[in-house]
Design a protein around this ligand. Sequence first.
Ligand code: AMP
Length: 260
Amino acid sequence: MNLKEVNTVKDLQTIVSHYKLNGKTIGFVPTMGFLHQGHMSLVQKAKSQSDIVITSIYINPTQFNDLNDFNNYPKDLERDKELLNDNECDYVFIPNQSEIESIPSKSIQLDGLDKVMEGRYRPGHFQGVVEVVYRLFEACKPDIAFFGEKDFQQLMVIQKMVEKLNLPIQIEGVPIVRESNGLAMSSRNVRLSPKAREKAGAIYTALAEYKLKSKQDVTKRLEKIGFELEYLEEYNFNSSKRLFVAGTYEGVRLIDNVEL
Ligand code: AMP
C-alpha cells in the first residue's frame, strides 16, 4: 500500500513542511470517512490539481446536533484506506479528538449564512464545521482544499471563512456524484433499506422537474414517496441560483441540491 497514515498534528506538519520546502503543492480533502465515489471524485480532482493529496477522516462531534446521528455514523476505516490507496491519495490523516482539540480554534462570524436552511434545521452545525475545518487547515496548511457541491451551503460557509480570515487557501467545489437512480451519494445512504434507497432516487427527479412544475407539485411528489420534508428552498449564493432540499426518509436525514 502506497497510502501513508498519519495520526498526529505534529507528524502531519513535519511532512507538509518538507514538501513545501521542496516546492510541492498540497491538496486537501476533509471527510468523515465511510468513503464512496463522491469522496473519490474530490480525491481525483485534488490529484489533478496538486502534487500531494492528503485526505482527513474525522467524525467531528461538534457539528452533530443529534447524538443518535453521531453515534450511528457509519465507519469502516480499512475499506476507506483501500479506496484512498486505489485512488492514489498520498496520505490519510486520522486524528483523535484530543489531537484536533490541541489546535486553538477561532470563532468566525458567518454573516447569517449559518442561520438559513441547514443552519436553521441544525442549530450550531456550521459553527462546528468551521471550527473543525479551521483546525484541519491549521494542521495541514493546504494550498487547495476540495469540498463537494453535495453540501453546497457548507462550501459557501468555508469560502466565507477563508475570506474572513484571509487564509492563503484556494477552495474548490466538486460536482455531486449520484447513484444510478439519481440519489446523491452519501455515507448515510447505507442506513436506508434497499427498497427505500431505490425509491429515494425520486428526490432528484423531483428537483430536476422543479423548473417545469410548481413548488407545490414538487412538495407533493416528495411527500408521496414518504419523504418528510424539512425545507425546499431556492437560494442565491453569489451569482449561482440553486434549489435546496432536506428531509428524512425512513428516519435517515438526506440533503440534495440542483442548479436552477
Ligand atoms: P462527508 O464525509 O460527508 O463530510 O463529506 C466529505 C466531503 O465529500 C464534503 O466536501 C462533501 O460535500 C463531499 N461529498 C460527499 N458526498 C458527495 C457526493 N455525492 N458528491 C460530491 N461530493 C460529495
